[in-house]
Design a protein around this ligand. Structure first.
Ligand SMILES: NC(=O)c1ccc[n+]([C@@H]2O[C@H](COP(=O)([O-])OP(=O)(O)OC[C@H]3O[C@@H](n4cnc5c(N)ncnc54)[C@H](O)[C@@H]3O)[C@@H](O)[C@H]2O)c1
Ligand SMILES: N[C@H](CO)Cc1c[nH]c[nH+]1
Ligand SMILES: [Zn+2]
Length: 421
């Protein structure tokens, strides 16, 4: 693994140079055509694209309850138990995020408040292939259920038994065998069989991500997910074997995944670099992980922990491990990170599967301004006011004054229409 001892300034300048990947215009054009065709022709277009891109001819995209129940019955009991433990921990964590709004009656004659309303329907995209993660089904669906979403619709080009079982465990309402931009378009606009939803969640390949960007506005979207990232802050006291294993746990996700160690110990940097090479040799996904480590990964050695935290905050990693003595003492220094893992026993995969906090997190530096997926992503807020005659009389003059400053006479007259004669 590359080790750099460049100055903090130089490394910060490199971080600033990283910008979000622009979409390829050819892919944009192809996706635009798919979206417009699905919008115009509904199910017939979805059926054609599914045949063309997935090689599947389906009379009905909707997966029957019998098939979902059979998947749940068929999965290995240990998998079922693990999914159910994960579900319970995700519920007990995310329950704490539920909001109820408020009513404020502090001012005489005035009631003001905020009402929390769950989104009526949401779509969850579960990618196909090796990225069809049952754990992500739980992480996406459970906060939605806790928020009170009435209809959770899942789409996936690859409905494996584990994915279907996870959907049942999480309480997903309807599942359709659909993928790619056509699935996103169907969720955004609705077709004869696929219901139109209010927000679309979940990662996918470049066609899916581009389609999500394009339908934004027609529907809300959760985020545009980039490759996994792990940033580890550690000093001489950390265990190189554990650090290397944790770096590789994210490197194995994707050739573009970013495993990063920032430390104040040259000795640790050398040992971790050697350990990564050793562990890579026996990792089943060696090829993917090696490319991630060699092309995207690095170890940075800086003179002190203040600089270490400054660099990591600039990187704003999806996952941040703090492998220092008394790790909780450093939580106050964390400004940008999707999820923080404190101490040697909080290895990142614990958070991927069972700890309970969400594993769908901001990537590519977006932890500067975004949060993990949570119940708050499945609600909207509305507000209300009620005034008594006396309360209005007290404040009417301020409304009419400001209305006339803005040249809006009609606003002022609406207030004056209520004045006591
Ligand atoms: N960031 C994350 O958290 C995260 C997690 C899991 C997966 N992922 C990403 O999900 C993706 C999974 O990719 P995938 O391709 O296996 O599954 P996918 O479900 O994202 O995409 C499959 C669909 O792409 C469409 N498609 C394929 N070739 C096409 C073409 N030439 N033109 C138009 N549409 C086409 C097909 O309709 C197919 O159903 C990966 O890119 C992975 O990085 C990201
Ligand atoms: N680490 C991934 C998101 O960053 C989530 C995941 C799912 N399965 C295993 N890991
Ligand atoms: Zn993972």
């Amino acid at each position: 693994m590359k080790i750099t001892t460049d100055s903090l300034e130089k490394q910060l300048a490199n971080v600033q140079k990283r910008t979000a990947q622009l979409t390829d215009p050819k892919i944009e054009a192809a996706v635009r055509e798919i979206i417009e065709t699905v919008q115009a022709k509904g199910d017939a277009a979805v059926r054609d694209y599914t045949k063309k891109f997935d090689g599947v001819e389906l009379a009905d995209f909707k997966i029957s309850e019998e098939r979902i129940d059979a998947a749940y019955e068929n999965i290995d009991p240990k998998t079922k138990e693990a999914l159910e433990v994960a579900r319970d921990n995700i519920i007990s964590f995310h329950k704490k995020e539920v909001e109820y709004g408020f009513v404020d009656t502090e001012k005489a004659g005035v009631m003001r408040g905020q009402k929390v309303i769950p989104l009526a329907s949401v779509g969850l995209y579960v990618p196909g292939g090796t990225a069809a993660y049952p754990s992500s089904v739980l992480m996406n669906a459970i906060p939605g259920k806790l928020a009170g979403v009435k209809r959770l619709v899942m789409v996936t080009p690859d409905p494996t038994e584990a994915v279907l079982a996870a959907a049942k465990i999480a309480g997903v309402d309807d599942i359709y065998q659909l993928g790619g931009a056509q699935a996103i378009a169907a969720l955004a606009y609705g077709t004869e069989t696929v219901p139109r939803v209010d927000k679309i969640f979940g990662p996918g390949n470049v066609y899916v991500a581009t389609a999500k960007k394009m339908v934004f506005g027609q529907v809300a979207i959760d985020m545009i997910a980039g490759p996994s990232e792990i940033g580890i802050i550690a000093d001489y006291s950390a265990k190189p074997k554990q650090i290397a294993a944790d770096l590789l746990s994210q490197a194995e996700h994707d050739r573009l995944a970013r495993p990063i160690l920032v430390t104040n110990s040259m000795k640790l940097a050398g040992s971790v670099s050697n350990e990564v090479e050793l562990q890579l040799q026996t990792l089943p996904r060696e090829e993917i992980a090696r490319e991630s480590v060699e092309e995207q990964g690095f170890i940075s050695v800086l003179p002190d922990l203040d600089q270490v935290f400054e660099l990591m905050n600039a990187i704003a990693p999806e996952h941040l491990e703090i492998q220092l003595p008394n790790p909780t003492g450093y939580l106050s220094l964390v400004e940008n990170a999707g999820s923080v893992f404190l101490g040697q026993y909080a290895s990142e995969p614990l958070g991927d599967y069972v700890a309970g906090p969400n594993h769908i997190l901001p990537t590519s530096g977006t932890a500067r301004f975004s949060s993990p997926v949570g119940v708050y992503d499945f609600i909207k807020r509305t507000q209300f006011i009620q005034y008594s005659a006396a309360a209005l009389e007290k404040e009417a003059q301020y409304v009419t004054t400001l209305a006339r400053v803005e040249g809006l006479e009609g606003h002022a007259r609406a207030i004056e229409a209520r004045e006591a004669k």
